[in-house]
Design a protein around this ligand. Sequence first.
Ligand SMILES: [Zn+2]
Length: 245
Amino acid sequence: MNEVDYLFFGAHPDDVELSAGGTIARAVKEGLRVGMIDLTRGEMGTRGTPAIRRREAAAAARVLGASFRDQLDFGDGVLRGGREEELKVIEIIRHTRPQLVFAPYPDDRHPDHTRTGRLVTEAWFYAGLRQLKTKLTEHRPQAVVYYLQNYMFPPSFVVDTTAAWKTKMRAIAAYKSQFHDPKSKEPQTFISDPGFLEMIEARGKHFGALIGRRYGEAFVTKQPPQLTDLIGAYGGREVGGKRKR
Ligand SMILES: [Zn+2]
């Protein structure tokens, strides 16, 4: 693990790329350093094994260009969020010193996602307390940015991921055990149905349409982002709008 600009936390391998893979690929292309942490090994998944999923997760991170990807073992299906786990997340934040931390929105159909969002939000604040003595000095990223999974909330902003969409889908395809594979003999699941990837595609188009682009990824923050280019922020939505690219 090294210092990064963005640090992404997910409950399970593949969570982050499904919701924010395009944003990662785009940031890396723009020269930012991005780290990824899965809080569990995904051992409750119907298909694949933790070892297979670990290899797939590493391959997906390489496709996106992440500086590192690490996996913790907080328990798939029981995600533990006690003081021990909280301190682990605090140390990761203090060690990697990101400007922004990304986490699942802390209210989702899957309780592991909800707990990850809550745990990271609380660790984000505590990591900045000088009087909380650990081996590393305090650091609090500028904000926790939430990506959306099953439940939808009105986005605080949408990132144009048009140019990064193919890279995102290639990263998702690295999870051969999880998603549609006509040759697989494993049981069908909600996410291995071909309709699941169609839904990801449709969601990307829907969020893109909200900002007048082909593809987008939506995020929620509890505090609004500050904008320095208001016209640029709305550019491309309407006829005559200023197109930045
Ligand atoms: Zn998940």
